[in-house]
Design a protein around this ligand. Structure first.
Ligand SMILES: Cc1cc2nc3c(=O)[nH]c(=O)nc-3n(C[C@H](O)[C@H](O)[C@H](O)COP(=O)(O)O)c2cc1C
Length: 137
């Protein structure tokens, strides 16, 4: 496996907002991601998803390609793609965050609408979730 770590953060529109589907997505992630050493976090908003994937170049690219073909979301847009030194979500094959305990000044974002989110705010959200996690455990 390549030694280069990268991450992709993307936003997408939910085409199916059922909780049952979200549970299926998380179940697939927790089954598949450990096999390719991908970790990350999925933030489920009112109408949108915000997901961070981190791992080796090849694993992240292949997983992103698979996810981008999933019809449970649409209009996928990569917000951030870069090489990283360290992972944010080391112990999570896919952390699920319903985004209801992070205060946010932007009204759309705090209502769970990430469709117009900036790259900087997306990175900020994952940094805050990461810091909260550290505080809890
Ligand atoms: C928003 C979203 C995020 C997803 N994240 C992952 C993921 O991190 N890992 C994964 O294996 N599948 C993820 N999926 C599901 C994949 O698109 C695909 O359905 C699944 O990997 C198929 O798994 P299976 O071959 O084990 O049935 C995601 C789907 C959506 C809509």
């Amino acid at each position: 496996m390549s030694l280069h770590l990268k991450r992709i953060i993307y936003v997408s529109e939910r085409t199916d907002v059922s909780n049952a589907n979200l549970q299926k997505i998380i179940a697939s992630s927790r089954k598949n991601n450990p096999q390719v050493e991908v970790t990350g976090c999925l933030v489920s908003g009112m109408n949108s998803y915000l997901q961070l994937l981190e791992g080796s170049d090849t694993s992240v690219d292949q997983l992103y390609l698979k996810i981008s073909k999933d019809t449970r979301h649409a209009n996928i847009k990569i917000l951030n793609e870069e090489n990283i030194q360290n992972r944010l979500f080391t112990s999570w094959s896919m952390r699920l965050d319903p985004f209801n305990n992070l205060m946010w000044s932007d009204e759309d974002i705090s209502a769970g609408n990430f469709l117009n989110i900036s790259e900087a705010n997306a990175i900020n959200i994952f940094t805050r979730i990461h810091e909260q996690g550290r505080a809890i455990f």
